[in-house]
Design a protein around this ligand. Structure first.
Ligand SMILES: CC(C)(COP(=O)(O)OP(=O)(O)OC[C@H]1O[C@@H](n2cnc3c(N)ncnc32)[C@H](O)[C@@H]1OP(=O)(O)O)[C@@H](O)C(=O)NCCC(=O)NCCS
Length: 172
């Protein structure tokens, strides 16, 4: 696992395009993730240094104490091995995120994999999970399920988690 680089952006765009369930943003957005948001995000790569998973995250300006997970994606061939779970915890252990006291993310209620992932992360961190509807369906331009915000915290287990994940610490 390491910090995203600008030359990862096209691969992240393709990974999301092929994910089957994530909203595909423009290639430009993935360039911003791999530059402006690189310090708070993580990619996992294969033996050829090609991205097979990522967490795009940032510290929301209205709530700087939060680390907001924007998108999580794992390539089909790498799923079911705990990679997403390790990616989210590696993201939290990044230097730029270590003072966050809550992890936030939004999911659509029908995304069982995403819900299971975040609940498992909360359990690993001995943290609670609060849920509330953040973006109702009608604020989207066309057919889109509501987005429910998950708030995982307090992140009191942070130091122990950072220690546990030392081997996964992304390199700058
Ligand atoms: C969601 C996704 C990131 C999970 O990646 P992964 O590396 O396979 O996940 P992990 O192996 O770390 O599993 C984490 C938890 O989620 C559960 N999970 C993973 N895929 C699941 C699925 N399809 N259905 C139900 N639970 C699932 C796992 O069982 C595990 O929970 P557990 O430890 O309590 O058993 C991956 O399936 C993906 O990229 N999906 C498409 C994009 C997406 O939906 N992203 C999330 C939106 S933010």
């Amino acid at each position: 696992m390491r910090e995203p680089r600008p030359d990862d952006a096209a691969a992240l765009w393709r990974l999301v395009r092929d994910s089957g369930s994530l909203d595909l943003n423009s290639p430009y957005v993935y360039l911003l993730i791999c530059t402006d948001h690189a310090a708070t995000s993580v990619v996992a790569t294969d033996e050829h240094d090609r991205p097979v998973g990522f967490v795009a995250a940032y510290r929301p300006p209205p709530e700087p104490g939060a680390a907001f997970v924007w998108q999580v994606g794992v390539a089909g061939r790498a799923r079911g091995q705990g990679l997403a779970r390790r990616l989210v915890k590696a993201m939290l252990s990044r230097e730029a995120n270590r003072d966050a006291h809550v992890l936030t993310a939004t999911v659509t209620p029908d995304n069982a994999a995403s819900l299971a992932l975040f609940r498992r992360v909360a359990s690993d961190l001995s943290a609670g999970v609060e849920e509330h509807e953040r973006f109702p369906a009608e604020v989207f331009p066309e057919g889109h399920a509501p987005e429910v915000e998950l708030r995982i915290g307090p992140l009191v287990a942070r130091v122990a988690v950072a220690e546990d994940l030392r081997t996964h610490e992304p390199t700058a």
